[in-house]
Design a protein around this ligand. Structure first.
Ligand SMILES: Cc1ncc(COP(=O)(O)O)c(C=O)c1O
Length: 394
């Protein structure tokens, strides 16, 4: 038995509203000292009471660590899953999931629009192990059905809203198509966070997160997670995670859990500020289009309104004058920091084509050069609007 697999609290389901779970799930006061926050168990191994006599199911920290367990229990509760596994990064989580469920010869449908690193994983790494992929317009459930009929797929990989174009996929509709075709549905829920969207409740089999983003929320830790509804798949993932070793370190798990406690209030404020930014950009003469699912004109607005509790903090927009203008605007903001990543309390701006999505250049997932992506933070909304106005006024 691997440590953690037999941990008595491992599959315990917590009750309560989302805000309560964010603060309490997996985070009971420490039984030894009463510490109200789970301690950082900065330890690699655990004393055994006789060979195989594990005290609380812990054996070695690659297999399981109490701080990581606390984070995993909280993530499982927030996504309504049976089991969560915390990884060293979002990419480690994706890689572990895909190598657990796919074998050489398997085929996966991927989005037409997705995080560049996910595309790179399929295109440059998994393809060498004979896992093939095909980009499909996943916002069109009919296209998904047709693609699955043409060639059976082991899995369908959905991102919604997508990075960076903020496209929205109807999770329940794609889940139905996947069930009929016997394909596993994976949803990358990074942009929404579990506060705004719970894909497992909509029929997905697995949720992945870059916890680096909204879950951590403070741009101070890199991490990832997989959450599943089927305990048996959870066991297989735990086996793979232990076998391949891309686990979240104790301090990283602790920082992520610290961020999660304020996820609900942060997401509310991200959403308020993003809506104001999207409204302002929509009428700005230097802007040719705004991509934000909260705007009634967005093609995915109705689906987003149905499956999300809010529209999130990510906004993308296109500028008049093309790529050079977009790059120049990215360099002119004072409050929005020019940088990769997203989901922290501070606002960020970036040019996807040259930064986060450089790896999709020349592929079907290529992004427009005149596109700018904003991660709208929780600063004063007035200051954010003023900063963008001055950056666009040239
Ligand atoms: C939607 C999405 N999924 C996955 C990842 C990868 O996560 P990480 O950078 O934590 O490895 C990212 C990173 O930007 C992302 O935006």
């Amino acid at each position: 038995m691997t440590a953690g697999a037999g941990h008595p609290d491992r599959h315990r389901r917590e009750a309560g509203g989302f805000e309560t779970l964010a603060i309490h799930a997996g985070q009971e006061p420490d039984p030894l000292t009463g510490a109200v926050v789970p301690p950082i168990y900065q330890v690699s191994t655990y004393a055994q009471d006789g060979v195989g006599g594990l005290r609380a199911g812990y054996e070695y920290s690659r297999s399981a660590n109490p701080t990581r367990t606390a984070l995993e229990e909280c993530l499982a509760a927030l996504e309504g899953g049976a089991r969560a596994l915390a990884f060293a990064s979002g990419m480690a989580a994706e890689d572990c999931l895909l190598r657990t469920v796919c074998s050489p010869g398997d085929h996966v449908l991927i989005p037409h629009d997705a995080y560049g690193g996910t595309y790179r994983l399929f295109d440059k790494v998994l393809s060498r192990w004979q896992v093939s992929y095909r980009p499909v317009h996943l916002a069109d459930a009919g296209a998904v059905r047709r693609a699955l009929a043409e060639r059976p797929a082991r899995a369908v990989w959905v991102e919604t809203p997508t990075n960076p174009l903020l496209s929205v996929v109807d999770i329940a509709a794609v889940a139905q198509a996947c069930r009929e075709a016997g394909a596993l549905l994976v949803v990358d829920n990074t942009f929404a966070s579990p506060y705004l969207q719970n894909p497992l409740a909509l029929g997905a089999d697995a949720v992945v997160h870059s916890t680096t983003k909204y879950l951590g929320g403070h741009s101070d830790v890199v991490g990832g997670a997989v959450v599943v509804s089927d305990p048996e798949l959870g066991e297989r993932l735990a086996f793979s995670q232990n076998a391949t070793g891309g686990v979240a370190a104790p301090f990283d798990a602790w920082l992520t859990l610290r961020g999660i406690r304020t996820l609900p209030v942060r997401m509310e404020r991200h959403g308020l500020n993003a809506a104001r930014v999207a409204d302002m950009l929509s009428t700005h003469p230097a802007v040719t289009g705004v991509l934000y699912p909260g705007l009634p004109g967005h093609p995915g607005h109705e689906v987003a309104a149905k499956q999300m509790r809010g529209f999130g903090g990510m906004v993308a927009f296109r500028v008049r004058g093309g790529e050079e203008v977009a790059v120049a605007v990215c360099g002119r903001t004072r409050l929005f920091t020019l940088g990769e990543s997203l989901g922290g309390v501070e606002s960020l701006i970036e040019h996807p084509a040259r930064m986060t999505h450089a790896s999709v250049a020349g592929s079907p997932l290529e992004v427009p050069g005149d596109l700018i992506r904003l991660s709208v933070g929780i600063e004063s909304g007035d200051d954010l609007l003023e900063d963008l106005r001055q950056a666009l006024a040239h």
